[in-house]
Write a protein that binds this ligand. Structure first.
Ligand code: GRF
Length: 208
């Protein structure tokens, strides 16, 4: 049984896709131990509560220093004794000590086809604004393993989404979430839970 913690900051629609995937059997061999948010007001915590999943807030603003926040975050995750950390719209930088301790056991969903439109400053609507600004015709989402960089770890799954004439950042974000994020994040968890993913020389491979 793959034991996971999902880390969130906002609406939690990706978390909901995971919850629904476990409930429907689309994701097998997986249990959600808890949801951790940096934001006490995140609607994602409501979603966790409705699903009977413990919600934990570890908010940077409630600590004296960034270091004490990092320590508390790592202690909280360690105490859960999970196999996989899933970043689902989590907007806080993961401390290096945590990415090293959980090497190849943290995945993230990013709303573009990495290596395009990623890295520092590319998150949420800003990604889609940049996509529209550049005029690209195809975008999408990526699930990748998290390393010490920003959106630089091994790519696990990607799904393309067409940019439509007249798209706004919001309409494009919604299509990328519906058609890509909510599909590949549950699929990635299910693949990992069922031993279908291997990492070699910094690349991720899926066995069918
Ligand atoms: C979305 O833009 C997603 O692409 C990014 O975080 C944002 C919020 O997602 N990963 P959620 O509704 O909180 O899952």
């Amino acid at each position: 049984m793959l034991r996971i913690v999902v880390m969130v900051s906002g609406g939690g629609t990706n978390l909901q896709a995971i919850i629904d995937g476990v409930a429907s059997g689309e994701i097998t061999n997986t249990e959600i131990a808890a949801v951790i948010s940096n934001n006490r007001k995140a609607y994602a915590l409501e979603r966790a509560g409705k699903a009977g999943i413990p919600g934990i807030v570890v908010s940077p603003g409630e600590f004296e220093s960034r270091e004490s926040f990092h320590e508390a975050l790592l202690e909280t995750v360690d105490a859960l004794q999970v196999d996989l950390i899933v970043l689902a719209g989590y907007l806080v930088v993961i401390p290096e000590k945590m990415t090293r301790q959980y090497e190849n056991r943290i995945i993230n969903i990013h709303p573009s086809l990495i290596p395009s439109f990623c890295g520092k400053g590319y998150y949420g609507l800003k990604v889609h604004e940049a996509v529209l600004e550049r005029g690209v015709k195809v975008t999408g989402a990526t699930v990748h393993f998290v390393d010490q960089g920003t959106d630089t770890g091994p790519i696990l799954l990607q799904k393309a989404v067409n940019v439509m004439n007249g798209d706004s950042p919001k309409s494009l974000q919604e299509r990328v979430m519906e058609q890509a994020e909510w599909v590949i994040l549950p699929r990635a968890i299910n693949l990992i839970a069922n031993g279908k993913v291997t990492l070699k020389d910094g690349k991720a491979y899926v066995r069918s």
